[in-house]
Design a protein around this ligand. Structure first.
Ligand SMILES: [Zn+2]
Length: 64
């Protein structure tokens, strides 16, 4: 098994807070999907504090 480091060597910036997205324990540095807040990738802090609450709010505001 070779190293799989090359595919995402440079960090991307979070589209919400503009901080570089850090690599998670699994080696994934792509962050989380920032939609519908923004288009692109966001860090896990913003995902947990902004994106997920927004999604939950949307779910509860949807009429059945
Ligand atoms: Zn962020």
């Amino acid at each position: 098994m070779g190293k799989v480091k090359e595919y995402l060597d440079e960090l991307i910036d979070c589209v919400i807070c503009n901080n570089p997205i850090s690599t998670d324990p699994y080696g994934w540095s792509g962050g989380a999907n920032a939609e519908p807040i923004a288009e692109g990738r966001c860090c896990y802090d913003c995902d947990a504090s902004v994106v997920i609450p927004y999604r939950i709010a949307q779910v509860f505001s949807t009429d059945k």
